[in-house]
Design a protein around this ligand. Sequence first.
Ligand code: GLU
Length: 510
Amino acid sequence: MERQVRVRFAPSPTGPLHIGGVRTALYNYLFARQHGGVMILRIEDTDSTRFVPGAEDYINEALAWLGIGIDEGVREGGNYGPYKQSERRDIYRKYVKQLLDNDKAYIAFDTPEELEAKRQEIKNFQYDASTRMMMRNSLSMPADEVKRLLDAGTKHVVRFKIEPDKQVVVNDLIRGTVTVNSSTLDDKVLYKSADDLPTYHLANIVDDHLMEVSHVIRGEEWLPSAPLHVLLYQALGWTDTMPQFVHLPLLLKPDGKGKLSKRDGDRLGFPVFPLEWHDPKSGEVSSGYRERGYLPQAVVNFLALLGWNPGDEREMFTMQELINEFSFEHCSKKGAKFDFEKGKWFNHEYIMNMPDDSLAQVFKPVLARHADAQAFTDDYIARAVGLVKGRVNFIEELWDQAAFFFRAPLTYAEKDVRKRWKPETPAIMRELIQVLRGIDDFTSKNSEEIVLGWIKEHDYHMGNVMNAFRLTVVGECKGPHMFDITELLGCDETVARIERGLQNIQPIDA
Ligand code: GLU
């Protein structure tokens, strides 16, 4: 029988979610939805020393912003909870005991200092079958001594007893079969008495088993842990329900070699976090895609293609199309270069393709920072952004391009004045005012015909007249089609701006 697809995204709340983590969450989500499965969000907070306040909320907010839906989790609930590892202590204790009782694990008392001393003494020291009898643990010490120490409440850990020289096979849907000799692995710490919590490895396996996870989809950085995880499934007697492993390719630096880091983002000027992050300790602020003016759909599309491709040249995908088309066969083994210029391109495309009224809603908060947004109707704002949206990569930039729709120019570009505002210009502009006032139907096409007809009739210099006109209305000689602008501003506002220009612009001698 086919197993129900149940996948989990299992971040540790140790800081803001990195963009690579977002991609992992996205692939889990796409796979779950494609198979009518379940997407779990599990908070892996067993390492209390690395806990950062606010990180869990940040994860929830980032996934919600991107439209990565969660079916079971701390907020969503579900039948397999609690979904936060620090609330599952009792569950883990039982499996620690099972491993100890079955001689699959042992108790170790070595202090950090003793371990350090051994590392100094033995080159490339590894706690394993070849060294464990030299250490202070329940295998090397008499049972009554172990009992005495435990009764006295001595701090200890539980280590996994790895049998040496066994072939450990990891089956991975992207990487195929990976075989590792168990002698290369160390007797990993599975539990620490100090905080009565398991370490990542044990908690992760116990939860994947109990939550009936069918596929473990995670970043390549976890591949080295996979053989240990396979051995843990075996030691716990869960081989039959072991999930299918899928290790996703790394996200690489845009330039040079190695893994993408926050420093690359700072150096090259792009965010590596989905949302802006305010570090609660240092107060440092790290920029986020949302605050930089990216649309969530663009970020999703961009991330989806970092490590996966549809097998052809297509690049634009909605979330639903990604759900339909995603497959591990088309995921690469090789790392994916983080091409942030491509990210900008996606944002540009999404802004261009967004209906004007939706774009207006996204733009409104930006508008409100610069002008009285209430003074304009939704329809006006939509038409204004519609005229300039092809010129921007980010929502913020819409203001730079469309500001003149919301306030008359305050200054006039000097180089354009020098080039276009001739001694005869004021008289012609006065004439233009009369022409404009005489137009009944102020739509773009009609006013264009009339104004251009008037210029030709008088044999005026087309470039100079039109650019002087534009200078008074826009403040500089650029922007969308002139008569699209005047249609939206209307005759009164257009004329008022020419009049202001006549008062404020003086010819500059070349
Ligand atoms: N807690 C691990 C992390 O922070 C989870 C790794 C896994 O998915 O197994 O990424």
